[in-house]
Each structure stands twice: as structure tokens, then as C-alpha cells.
Design a protein around this ligand. Sequence first.
Ligand code: AMP
Length: 492
Amino acid sequence: MKTSRTSNPAPLGTGDLVQPEEECGLFGIYNMVDSATHTALGLHALQHRGQEAAGIVAYDGEQFHSHRALGLVGDNFSSNETMTQLSGDMAIGHVRYSTTGGTVLRNIQPLFADFKFGGLAVAHNGNLTNAVKIRQELVQRGCIFQSTSDTEVIIHLIAISEYGRVVDRITDALGQIQGAYSLLAITQKKMIGMRDPYGVRPLVLGRLGDAWILSSETCALDIIGAEFVRDVEPGEIIIIDDKGLHSIKPFAKKPNRFCIFEYIYFARPDSVMEGRNVYDVRKNIGAELARESHVDSDLIVPVPDSGVPAAIGYSQEAGVPFELGIIRNHYVGRTFIEPTDHIRHLGVRLKHNANAAKIKGQRVVLVDDSIVRGTTSVKIVEMVRNAGAKEVHMRVSSPPTAHPCFYGIDTPQQSELLASQYDLEAMAKHIGVDTLAFISIDGLYRAVGEQGRDLEMPQYCDACFSGEYPIPLVDHEKNPMQQQLSLLDEHK
Ligand code: AMP
């Protein structure tokens, strides 16, 4: 494989910690000239899913070519030199981010390995919940790991599988892992897409002329003018090669548990997920919020950008004007991506400013998508009060985030989650608002088109709100501290 890198690998030897696979975006294309350029465009549309690092592996019929680098897609995949080197008509790419320092190049995806059957590149969105356990077993057997990423566990399982055909090896490996995953892989002959049996993380199939595309979100199909074909189904493995596309479902069917937080915050509003437009869902949540927790007010103000669709829905339902009472500076990344508390606080100040002309003397309802640590809310409320608001109310378009995610959304450990420490009244006081309300869990389910949350068999994964984890947390239950340690290091 030819590899080019823009930063130096960090030293090896960080023990056997396996890191959660955090907040990533995937894009792959088969049978397209300039496949890497199309992939770079797709990744650019998925940049909101990870801003810390990006990578593309392309195959030209003879060789794999790889470029992986820290930073944004546009900064790393725009030069002629890089794109020419990534030749071939099949490519996969990945964007990721970390919440803490210690990001190392060897963890940037796609990961690549040479096997008995040839080369294989793999990119992963999600988080395996038994990777530490498997990794320890593999290390006992003599496997040598190159990265601290849990994706490498899959690569080793494929390597040691006793099956012959690559798809059987992959199926064998997937049968041993637990957790949330959408995976993309290319071999010398095939592009393969996989979604875990619960379908926690998204993956969609698209078509552009004779080319096939697999992507985390439909917005990445739009950017290259591709047509959306369908969602990859939970538990489905899609194999694309010169014979066309075929699909297998080798695992026992599980109840669908798509991540409801994709709708609330994570996905791009112009994407369609599981048949629903994300923007519409967010507006519905806002309308539900307005019905559930009315307060007399003069102005509905979103915390930009993520609060905007819900605030529009709220404003339309409440019949109260919507105004951009807070302006966001777009040249600062999402609050969370800054690695330290100090910078995170600073980030909030750098990012938002009150539009005092609109706010002064008004009874303002602020709408945001979630309260995690509460850092953003505290700053924003203070800013809005300083701008002369008469009353400040906060409406949140998710239920209280009281539990960490172990399935691929980056959340801090539980003790740092405001809602795990405080009740509603204490949260309102801490944030400094006159009133505070969150969407109810049933209201949220109504907004995504259900009657409410099915208590026996919830239709989505809502573990961050309910604390009900649909997939066993093998590593965490065995050793919560180890999981916490791993949270301190690498994320993607
Ligand atoms: P906090 O300031 O800790 O309460 O974080 C809440 C803000 O972070 C909200 O405005 C959200 O838009 C955003 N947010 C929520 N969850 C995440 C996440 N997993 N990754 C990045 N940003 C997030």
C-alpha cells in the first residue's frame, strides 16, 4: 500500500486500552473514476460527524493508496498532488473527532491490513462494547496491535478466521463483536457495507450512474448528485463487486434500535434517516415542546445552529415570533470538540454573541437541542440577560441527558452530565433561567412519528435519556474504570 501522511505518528505503547469509536462519518464509492475525489466531497458533507481527522483509501486495480491526516477534509484532500496519488475507481473514507488530546495518526481511519487473501481497508462508525475483552484474548494468543482503536479488533478477527472467503471471514468476525457499528470495507475486488443487528448507527445506499455509494447520511449523496436508494438494513451486509450488488443477513434478527440522538442533534438536518427528514423531525420536536411546556413569551430564540429547526417548530406552534437573538460565529467548531475544560468554556464565548437589539426588554424562550454539561446554557443565558432580556426561559428538544452513550456518540462520563446530578429545579437554578423544560420521552417519540415510547420494546435506542442499554456493555460492566480510562484517550 502506498501511504502519505501529513503528521508524525505518535509513539506506540499505550498498553491495551481500546478506545471507543466516537462520532464518525463514512463514505465509500465503487466503480467511479476519481473515486477518491468523490469520497472527499462525500466526507466534506459529513464533516459535522467529525472534524478532527480524515482519511481515504483508494484501490486502483493493482495497489491501495491511502492518505490520512489530522484536520478537516477540505484542508487535507484538496491538493492535486494528494488526489492524483489516490487513484482508482473504488475508495472509502472516514471522518472522526476526539474530545481529548492524545490523538494519534495510527488510529485515523480507514485502517488497512494485508491478509492472506490480499489487502483490506476498514472504516467504522460506532463503538464496540466487548472490544476490550476480545482484544485481551487476542493479545494472549499473540496478536500484535498497531493502534488503540477497537476497529483493529475486527481486523484481527478477520485475519485469524478459519473461513476462506473474505465475506465469510468478515461475517465470522462480526458474529463475535458486540456493540454499535456501521462499517465500510474494500478489498481488491469488493466494497462491503455492514450495519449492526440493532441498526444503531446509520448507513445508506446510493447510486450515481453505474457507481454504488455507501454513506452515513443522505446529505453526502446529494453533494455528488447521487440518488438515494435505501437505508442499509440492521444486520445487513451489502457486497458490491463486478457481479453487482448482493445482500446477506447472516445474524438472528434483533429489534431495531436506531439512535434517536441522530435526529435530535447529530445528523445534518437535510439528511433523511430511516425514512424521515431530520429537519422535519426537529421541527416536530419543537412543536411538541410548545404544546407540552407553554410559557407566555415575546420571542423564540434558537441557540444556533443546532437549536434552529426545533425553535422554528416551537415558534410556529406557539404563534410567537422567531428571531435570531443569538448570532453564531461559524469559524469556531462545535463546542464539544475542544479538548480541555478551559478551552471548552472559551469556545462558548468565542462562538456565540447576543443580538441585543432583538432581545432587550423581551420575554425570551431559548431553544437548544440538549444540555450535556450545562456549559453552553450557563454562558448563553448570562449573555441573553446581559443583553437586557426581561425573562429568560429555556426549552430543550431532548429529554435530560442523564446517561453516557456507549454506542458511538461522544458524551462525558455520567458524573459530568448535569441531568445526572441535578433535578429540574436545580438545573434551572444552575443555568440561571426563569423556567426550564425538556421534551418528554413520549413527546420525542411522537415527533418521530410514533404514538409514544413502547415500554416493552422501545422503537429507538434512547439509552442516553432512559439508561436502558439495548446492547450489553460487556467491557464497561466488567471494569467501568477501564472504560473511563479509555474515554480519556483516543476517540473518533
Ligand atoms: P453543554 O454545553 O455541555 O451542555 O453541551 C450542550 C451543547 O453541546 C448543545 O448546545 C449541543 O448542541 C451540543 N452537543 C450535545 N451533544 C453533543 C455531542 N455529543 N457532541 C458535540 N456537541 C454536542
